[in-house]
Design a protein around this ligand. Sequence first.
Ligand SMILES: *Cc1c(COP(=O)(O)O)cnc(C)c1O
Length: 368
Amino acid sequence: MQFFDLKKQHQNLKLEIDAAISRVLESGVFIGGPEVEDFEKEAADFFGVKHAIGLNSGTDALVLSLRALGIGAGDEVIVPALTYFATAEAVAAVGATPVFCDIDSATLNIDTKEIERKINSKTKAIIPVHFYGRAADMAAIVKIAKGYDLFVVEDAAQAAGAQCGGKFCGTIGDVGCFSLFPTKNLGAFGDGGFVLTDRVDLAQRIRLLRAHGAKPEDKYNHLVLGMNSRLDAIQAATVRVKLRHLDEFNQKRIANAARYNKNLEGAGDIVLPGIGGDLSCIFHQYTIRTGRRDELAKFLKENRIPTMVYYPVALHLQPGFAYLGYKIGDFPEAERAVREILSLPIYPELLLSDQDEIVRAVRGFWNK
Ligand SMILES: *Cc1c(COP(=O)(O)O)cnc(C)c1O
């Protein structure tokens, strides 16, 4: 058993993917071009926004969004203390300061009751992360942002296809950032990313920034300083195929999560992730909590059940952010979560028999 099984997904999609890749190979166009334009058009249609822009990674999606919004040195951006490193690293990469905010213990998303306390005259934006594929409380976040005239940059890298109040995550703030890293729930066969926005000014600016500040039709006339963050045609072609299956993949993840919840109920001190309700989840990860996390992970490993901890260290305590001067105890909920969380395999192709084996092993830990 594996934690991710991208081979199984590929076997199911092989005919479609092979056709897409050979179309690119025969076209002779490998960076940008019609395949990327078609992906952008289809992604904009799928998510219901005016603009989708293909980029080199989810990290670049965050960096270029912040740059397009004019955020830089002297500015502060509010980020949850529990997320992947890149969310806050992108803030630092544009010269601004990440300001961490604790998480809500029930959703593991940014605690909207804590946000206002972090706002001052330097604050320019909030980056809510739809962590594990669970929508952050966008209604509350947008309300706060409006009240203080802040931008909202959604980090939807783990939440392609998740919804919040009837809208897709990544389409509610000023700009939404997505990763196409292979293990994301919408993944390519290499690095990739994209942004969604309804704002034409941001779309134009991000298009310039991704190609060294030049327009495609006048590519040696560099209007501003940008970088290379173009999307490969092969990645665009494969993601066009996967986008057509995204809904079906997400439904399978949700069904797997529901089955785990039903079968793991009442095991030891286990806390199961919520399903349904206002803030929905597409289960990019299925993550349980227990006070005996390390023992459980060790026991499962001995029983050849793969698990992961996303993530083992809260961001304010990462060595890379030591210069910000945070200390242990600053964000108690994030610090408690990193000790208790454990993700179990949840990919769409997970066999029921494998899931049953995982459930038996988890229950077996408390029955031994
Ligand atoms: C994966 C991820 C990113 C970064 O995406 P890359 O494509 O790996 O650069 C950013 N934020 C979150 C929450 C992620 O999970």
